[in-house]
Design a protein around this ligand. Structure first.
Ligand code: ATP
Length: 354
């Protein structure tokens, strides 16, 4: 079993906290992603698992073993960084073979055969004699991946491995990485600042903010049930609208402003605080432009329309608040429009100021 467990891990640099009580548990064979804005502590978390940083407090376990004081080379982890860092003076084959030097115990196939297998695994068979400089960025990252996998690590750590590549290649390679991870069943921790990438390829995602974990969950849960205003804003397009508490028992809220209180009352599971004002999260695809028979209807005006190919991204204005709508009709809407909302798609993401 190669689970990775962090319990109450704090790390600081020169007295400035970079990680604050980070706890997370990655299951055997899971693809787990750390996502968040620059500086939130993703890389520090990964480096702490790898053994390049030691926690001030808290524990890190890999495969059931507390790895405090264990140097990186003895942690049985493979690492790929953002800037592929292949050795320029070595051929592709030598780069991958370099990864074998930590293999313990030695494998049952010879190194040449093992390198060939790895090159095939990352779809680079026959490229072994090339120099790294003769490869594209995407190919170099595949080789970096093969090198990290060479010793047969228990855990694979990937720190923004695709961020130096262009958007189309990134989308292609993320699927390659996911397929490879599934094929090998290797426990993987992946770091990215790209929330779409995180949702696309992960079993579970941890959203980080300011050295803390804000929410951990399956991509669907992170997207549909954001636990905080920060997650609701960071992950995907969203509308954060002002709401007011109508009653606490049963918990009910309404969209603040606009009109008839009855018409916008929404029953919710619970309220985040005693605050009278709350923030309501509604995804653009859950706002139905032109649906006058929806339980909640708002009369809005169209500000700007962007054509996306498969839909329009419509920026509307309702009661001085902007409402983003994903609209799949045939023509760009304009003027005054009705926006239909189903209360079940509305999430309360925090009291005022949260
Ligand atoms: P990015 O997406 O920009 O790589 P990140 O989420 O990976 O960001 P970290 O690199 O983990 O964030 O940094 C977390 C915080 O710790 C930041 O405020 C950063 O400036 C600080 N930090 C990281 N490494 C060091 C270091 N070696 N010395 C001092 N401060 C550091």
């Amino acid at each position: 079993m190669s689970e990775v467990i962090l319990e109450d891990v704090s790390v600081s640099f020169d007295g400035v906290p970079a990680l604050r009580d980070v706890s997370l548990s990655v299951s055997d064979g899971e693809f787990f992603t750390l996502v968040g804005p620059s500086g939130c502590g993703k890389t520090t978390t990964l480096r702490t698992v790898a053994g390049f940083e030691e926690p001030d407090t808290g524990t890190v376990e890999i495969g059931g073993v507390d790895v405090a004081g264990v140097p990186p080379e003895d942690r049985n982890v493979g690492i790929v960084f953002q800037n592929y860092a292949l050795f320029p003076h070595m051929s592709v084959r030598e780069n991958v073979a370099y990864g074998l030097r930590y293999r313990d115990p030695p494998g049952d196939v010879d190194d040449d055969e093992r390198v060939d297998n790895l090159l095939e695994l990352v779809d680079m068979a026959g490229m072994g004699e090339r120099d790294p400089e003769e490869l594209s960025g995407g190919q170099q990252q595949r080789i970096a991946l093969a090198r990290a996998l060479a010793p047969g690590p228990e855990v694979l750590l990937l720190d923004e491995p695709l961020s130096a590549l262009d958007a189309r290649l990134r989308e292609r390679l993320r699927v390659v990485i996911r397929d490879l991870q599934q094929e090998l069943g290797i426990t993987t921790i992946y770091v990215t600042h790209d929330q779409a990438e995180a949702l696309a390829i992960s079993d579970r995602v941890a959203v980080m903010h300011d050295g803390r974990v804000e929410q951990i969950g399956r991509p669907e849960a992170i997207y549909r049930e954001p636990a905080s205003r920060f997650v609701a804003e960071f992950v995907g397009d969203n509308n954060l609208l002002e709401g007011a508490v109508v009653s606490t028992d049963p918990p009910q809220v309404r969209l603040a402003g606009g009109g008839d209180e009855q018409a916008t009352t929404i029953a919710v599971d619970s309220l985040p605080s005693e605050n009278e004002r709350v923030t309501l999260s509604i995804r653009p695809e859950d706002v139905r432009l032109g649906d006058a028979s929806a339980p909640i209807t708002l009369s809005a005006t169209v500000d700007t329309v962007e054509f996306l190919g498969d839909a329009y991204r419509v920026h509307c204005r309702w009661d001085d608040q902007s409402v983003l709508v994903k609209y799949t009709g045939d023509a760009a809407p304009e003027g005054t429009v009705t926006l239909g909302i189903d209360p079940e798609t509305v999430t309360v993401v925090g009291g005022e100021g949260s």
